[in-house]
Ligand binder design. Structure first.
Ligand code: GLU
Length: 282
């Protein structure tokens, strides 16, 4: 059995709240219980939403909480060349195509086609740019037109075994249906990566054996297994945990300012009290 490696992978879009503390402690405890390693990764590829001061705050809040990570912190925005290399290799296999559509273009097309399917991330991309001839693609790229890179889902599905599944800890194997995502974006217009690409690349690179994360991301696992199969990356075990909810029963989110670790700390709560509030009493 390989040693257990878990990770906490927050995006620095705001201060950590109790929901993040729960996720961090869940991953940290899973590693410690198995005598394994716990990694910290900052998922900051979105330049519009992520801010360096929030990265600093994450490190400080986790240290205060008593969650110690092993080894260096991986900061995704420093590794864009690695993600670009994955895009290049998938494109060379004919599994990606450039997409020039704007959000408005896609919304218009979806509105025009009654009964357009919905996937885990909203309406499934109607495939407009998949049908562009190669010369048109090349000309538009040469003209500097902004473009994302989409996975050709049908081609990708054909390139790997038909039966894909993942192991959910305590539940067993769950069948995957990545086609529900349609032609997912793997490279954004502004950065040569997307969440799905960066997260699967890094989990493989960092030797993560147990991916713990909120249940809201469970549907994404179908697509992640497809990327792992395409790239020959190892398959981790998954443990999706329920999201922490506030007193009103709604999941905690950034808007619940009072639940940030910084606010709790300022109000005089101790790290042990906050760990207990996050569902992990000592
Ligand atoms: N960066 C993601 C988030 O903050 C988590 C990614 C993952 O755990 O797979 O929601």
């Amino acid at each position: 059995m390989p040693p257990v490696v878990t990770r906490f992978a927050p995006s620095p879009t705001g201060r950590l709240h109790l929901g993040h503390a729960h996720a961090a402690l869940f991953a940290w405890r899973a590693a410690r219980a198995a005598g394994g390693r716990f990694l910290l990764r900052i998922e900051d590829i979105d330049p519009l939403r992520c801010r360096p001061e929030f990265t600093e705050a994450i490190l400080e809040d986790l240290s205060w909480l008593g969650v110690a990570w092993d080894g260096p912190v991986r900061v995704q925005s420093r590794h864009l060349a690695a993600y670009r290399a994955v895009l290049v290799s998938l494109a060379a296999r004919g599994l990606l195509y450039p997409c020039f559509c704007t959000r408005a273009d896609i919304a218009r097309e979806v509105a025009a086609s009654a009964g357009a399917p919905h996937g885990p991330e909203g309406p499934v991309y109607p495939g407009t740019c998949r049908r562009l001839p190669p010369e048109a693609r090349a000309a538009r790229i040469a003209a500097g037109e902004p473009h994302a890179w989409r996975l050709d889902m049908a081609a990708a599905r054909a390139a790997v075994p038909a039966a894909l599944s993942f192991e959910e800890r305590g539940e067993g194997r769950i069948a995957c249906d990545p086609a529900r995502f349609g032609d997912a974006v793997l490279g954004r217009k502004d950065v040569p990566a997307s969440y799905h690409l960066a997260v699967t690349h890094d989990d493989a690179l960092q030797g993560v054996t147990l991916v713990t994360r909120g249940a809201d991301l469970k549907p994404a696992t179908d697509l992640h297994r497809l990327l792992q199969a395409l790239m020959g990356w190892p398959e981790p075990v998954y443990a999706h945990h329920p999201l922490l909810t506030g007193p009103d029963g709604r999941r905690l989110a950034k808007r619940d300012g009072a639940a940030t670790l910084a606010a709790l700390r300022a109000a005089g709560r101790s790290p042990a009290e906050v760990r207990a509030m996050a569902g992990f009493p000592d």
